[in-house]
Design a protein around this ligand. Structure first.
Ligand code: TRP
Length: 319
């Protein structure tokens, strides 16, 4: 029997407010369930049960974190999947099961009392092998999306410590690949993560520290814009535009964007899609204002230096 998974947490939608003491969710009910996670025979059923109910238990995260053997049980679920990553042999059933474990970890990542110890224990690193998979099959898409949901839950809270942790773990190249090759939903979450990293000063400086990094990000963003012309998605475009706008806060990145911003962002290609979204419209026009013109007010495209001069390593690589 395949357990049906709960939907992966989407960091782009607000978390349902918890109803501590209102919606069932009492300790008496919760603790015995949580402890059953340590029993391999009961684990699968309990994973499903707890991940379904996770929104209604305000204290699920601290209980999971502090009860004996529970986090270890979740990590066992995760590492037991590794042998199925290469060659890709993950079944839908196994994917659903580990995604229920990931949903519980997402809970721990989201809770203000457990986030710091969650990072200190390097738990996100256990998810990186999942983010690094490339199979397009549904079990793998679902695994990547759910893993991204955990990272998305971390970055959603605007915590500098989260960003420094992620920067120290090379998450950006993993996100960049998903932004190039993932499903529309995975791309959106991966771009959201990169956006949140860029919005921190340390993240912006990290990405703009070398020309290679800046162009790795710039190329992926521009490839996404190309694809968005064929497969429009306003929610994805929104994060792409926000990333560009943030990059433009960095002086050398701003100069580079004057030449490498995709033409379709300048020529109103996406205009017809943006009527219902004043926020993207605003960001896009801010972006064009910042990078669209040279300092003297002339059109950047006509007077921009050639790629070779403006995009060389020294342009972005110093300071
Ligand atoms: N170690 C690589 C670096 O520091 C990580 C990396 C690859 C990276 N691609 C990137 C970092 C793009 C930022 C942007 O460059």
């Amino acid at each position: 029997m395949a357990t049906s998974p709960t939907p992966p947490g989407n960091p782009l939608t607000p978390v349902t407010p918890s109803h501590a003491g209102v919606a069932g969710g009492g300790m008496e009910e919760l603790l015995p369930l949580v402890l059953q996670l340590t029993n391999p025979d009961q684990r699968e059923v309990v994973l499903l049960e707890l991940s379904k109910k996770r929104e209604s238990f305000a204290d699920l995260a601290p209980i999971l974190w502090h009860s004996q053997g529970t986090v270890a049980a979740l990590l066992i679920e995760i590492v037991s999947i590794y042998p199925h990553l290469t060659p890709p042999t993950l079944t839908a059933h196994a994917s659903n099961r580990v995604c229920n474990a990931l949903a519980l970890l997402q809970c721990v990542a989201s809770h203000s009392d457990t986030r710091q110890p969650f990072l200190a224990a390097n738990i996100p690193l256990y998810l990186y092998p999942f983010l690094n998979t490339q199979s397009k099959s549904r079990p793998f898409e679902y695994l990547r999306l759910t893993s991204l949901g955990v990272i998305g839950a971390l970055v959603k809270v605007d915590d500098t410590e989260v960003i420094s942790f992620l920067l120290s773990t090379e998450i950006i190249p993993l996100c960049l690949r998903i932004m190039e090759t993932g499903s529309e939903l995975s791309k959106t979450v991966a771009t959201f993560i990169v956006q949140k990293i860029l919005l921190e000063e340390t993240g912006l400086n990290y990405v703009c520290a070398t020309a290679e990094r800046f162009y790795a990000v710039g190329t992926v963003l521009s490839n996404m814009v190309q694809l968005l012309q064929v497969h429009p998605s306003v929610r994805l475009l929104k994060h792409v535009v926000r990333c560009y706008l943030r990059l433009a806060d960095h002086p050398r990145a701003r100069e580079a964007l004057k030449t490498c911003l995709p033409a379709s962002l300048r020529d109103n290609t996406f205009g017809p899609h943006l009527h219902n979204d004043p926020t993207v419209q605003k960001w896009l026009s801010q972006l064009l204002q910042v990078v669209g013109q040279n300092a003297d007010g002339s059109d950047a495209a006509s007077t921009a230096p050639t790629v070779g001069t403006s995009l060389s390593g020294s342009t972005l690589g110093e300071n």
